[in-house]
Design a protein around this ligand. Structure first.
Ligand SMILES: Cc1cc2nc3c(=O)[nH]c(=O)nc-3n(C[C@H](O)[C@H](O)[C@H](O)COP(=O)(O)OP(=O)(O)OC[C@H]3O[C@@H](n4cnc5c(N)ncnc54)[C@H](O)[C@@H]3O)c2cc1C
Length: 459
């Protein structure tokens, strides 16, 4: 990876990257010279870059930050490796997992893999037995603890109805409306569907798209049992994929430039110019894989993209707060991951059990809520009190760190018109978790959008 200083030197002698033919495709006349650039080294941008590099296309990635990963990046605090927020992957995130392996990752070593389980400490518990899908889920629902027998039957019937409908709704609606339509009463909604919806879509049930939730349930619960596994990373999110991806890209003739912000996108005859702090570079194609607010800013001057910009401007956002607490090394939770019912802390992660970081706990609070009204210190104290009351952890933490991502994801509302990867400007594509796709704002959604852009360029 090159920092901006290094790039500057390099580009002084090479005004713009040399176009390269696509390896071995078609006759000389048919061969197109392509030298794509990618704005943003998050999961979407790096997925696109790996897919292009794999096809022998040398790509240049511009990343404004000093490190890669974007919203899923490693963060060092008090000499402790954290992430920008505690993340988890599902077994059905097939493209993300495939890419991690492609760039040299080892899924066995990189993740703690847990079979599907939803545990709201002392209030609700659902665990999938080792049976084929979707039987594992039905048995899990019928044996769930913390809801009545009648509620368990209703939940199982609901899943069967969704399966019969191929997890497809003729008209999208909110998750709350879908639950009411299928007789999922308040207790069931609060203990099962609401935590699931918030974890998957980062959007409260009264605002969340039922169809997008069903897309996730379809892929996670309905195909193979491994698809519903929960994968908790043992390495930080920069190391997990983007850093390895950078080596993969560079070994194939590409460039990954960190601390290199793109300031403007200017269409020219025969290419697209990118302006960074001191230089301009011309490329055959540009994939804008910056987060939505930055993408809108970069695209706004381009008259042809007025509709795309309007779609991006129309997206609302939802926050995610992660409270990391470093306790003495002997402090541990009963499970690597568990939820709390009607508490500020929605999900707790024991980084000691997951990654050998003993005494390090993470509390995740997804989507909008009253926690946003608290100062960070107050929020951390609430979490400390909850850990004391629920698990008897009496000692105070050595330190805490609150990471508040106010625009963690877009608000995944029904019938949302998300911008497509292909834009009205030839050669300019859009990648990112907010672009059109089946998935909510997730790593897999981001990766899928990047792969689609790469396919559009190399097609
Ligand atoms: C706290 C938190 C928890 C989450 N938990 C989960 C989870 O458990 N599971 C899950 O699947 N998803 C989770 N997500 C969502 C997931 O992180 C995102 O969907 C995904 O990382 C988005 O990737 P992206 O590449 O689309 O965008 P980003 O990660 O935002 O990447 C965009 C990149 O562009 C760069 N950039 C910006 N401006 C410029 C510029 N002008 N020039 C060059 N580069 C620029 C940025 O620095 C960034 O690196 C979570 C998100 C957050 C914030």
């Amino acid at each position: 990876m090159a920092g901006f200083q290094g790039v500057d030197q390099e580009l002084k002698s090479t005004p713009s990257p040399q176009p390269s033919p696509i390896n071995g495709r078609g006759s000389n006349r048919e061969k197109q010279f392509i030298n794509p650039a990618i704005i943003g080294g998050g999961y979407a941008g790096m997925a696109a870059a790996v897919a292009l590099a794999e096809r022998g296309i040398p790509v240049t990635v511009f990343e404004s930050a000093r490190q890669l990963g974007g919203r899923a990046r490693g963060v060092l605090h008090n000499d402790t490796q954290l992430d920008n927020g505690q993340h988890l992957l599902l077994g059905c995130y097939r493209q993300t997992l495939h890419l991690i392996e492609q760039v040299g990752g080892n899924l066995e070593q990189d993740f703690l893999r847990l079979p599907l389980q939803l545990d709201l400490h002392g209030e609700f518990s659902l665990r999938a037995p080792r049976l084929p899908a979707p039987l594992h889920l039905l048995v899990a629902l019928l044996n769930a603890q913390g809801i009545s027998f009648g509620e368990r039957i209703k939940a199982a019937r609901f899943m069967l109805a969704l399966r019969r409908a191929n997890f497809h709704l003729t008209i999208d609606m909110t998750v709350a409306e879908l639950l009411a339509k299928h007789g999922q009463d308040a207790e069931l909604a609060q203990k099962l569907w609401e935590p699931l919806c918030i974890a998957a879509l980062n959007t409260p049930i009264h605002k969340a798209s039922a169809q997008v939730l069903l897309n996730v349930l379809r892929d996670a619960l309905n195909r193979s049992r491994a698809d519903s596994d929960m994968l908790l990373p043992r390495v930080d999110f920069t190391a997990l994929f983007p850093q390895r991806a950078a080596s993969y890209i560079e070994q194939r003739g590409g460039k990954v430039l960190t601390s290199c912000r793109v300031e403007a996108i200017v269409p020219r005859i025969g290419g697209i110019e990118l302006a960074s702090a001191e230089k301009t570079h011309t490329f055959s194609h540009v994939i804008c894989a910056a987060p939505p607010v930055v993408a809108a800013k970069l695209l706004r001057p381009l008259a042809a993209l007025e509709n795309t910009v309007a779609q991006i401007d129309g997206l609302e956002h939802q926050p995610i707060y992660t409270v990391y607490l470093q306790y003495p090394a002997h402090v541990a939770l009963p499970h690597p991951m568990l939820g709390l019912h009607r508490r500020f802390s929605q999900w707790l992660f024991d980084k000691g059990r997951i990654a050998g970081q003993h005494g390090l706990l993470a509390a995740v609070i997804s989507a909008e809520g009253i926690h946003q009204e608290l100062a960070q210190e107050q929020l951390a104290q609430k979490v400390v009190a909850e850990l004391r009351e629920e698990f008897g952890i009496a000692e105070p933490p050595h330190w805490f760190k609150v990471i508040a991502e106010k625009r963690a994801t877009f608000c995944c509302a029904p019938n949302l018109q998300r911008p497509t990867q292909q834009t009205a400007l030839p050669g300019l594509l859009l990648a990112g978790d907010y672009t059109a796709g089946d998935y909510p704002a997730t790593l897999e959604g981001a990766v899928l959008s990047g792969l689609r852009c790469a396919s559009l360029i190399s097609a």
